[in-house]
Design a protein. Sequence first.
Length: 244
Amino acid sequence: MKLIPKHIVSALVLCAICISLTLAQTAQQKKVIRVFLDVRESNFDKSSTVAINTLNERLKTAGFHVTTNKREAAVIVDGTIASRSSAVTDEVKKQGGINAEASASIRLLVGSEVIATSVERTTPGDWSVQQERLGEDRLIEVAALVADDLFSLDLIPEVTGVAAPKTATTKITRPAQKKKPRRGVGFLEVVGLVQNSAPEDRIVAALKKYGIKFKPQDAALKELRNAGASEAIITAVKSSNVLV
């Protein structure tokens, strides 16, 4: 039997190692979770996009890929956001002033399964004489409330110890409403923590501490695995207190 030269054997071994490493890296790669916004927005019954833009910006800041192709999206955020007139005092009326409030009714879908909902509403604040601008301010406020409910960035520093990414601020006519006390960990928050390589034990601890505010249905668990969630995290999600 003819012996294979050592340099060829070494080359073959090196190639085998490279292939193994490539396959291992490919297996460990996390799927990018694409999100599609299917939100109908109106400002005093006129078409608007300021709330949608706010949600889009917050999703991107949180590290999600917002797609314009609904068919390729793993997660869909749909629903309605609208601003409307609110009552004002006679004194404000005399000065030609108006007030407004905004509300949002949003669903979070994975595939065709609704796993979470968010219903938010602003309260009338400082009045204005510019109806459209005031309505836009309220829409921005309610979009921020929805974002905080579905994927608040404040969990990132708590779990990872790394400061959360800053969001661009938009000037509004009054201070934004106070954040509500945390009530459960959202689906997108779990995805975000996994994709930010937060320590597994800290993610599990946060799930035990806060519970979850989404339904751990099969489609949701599948997407968490696709995002790179370990079985320990999946088990913690399945055993967490569901707050929906």
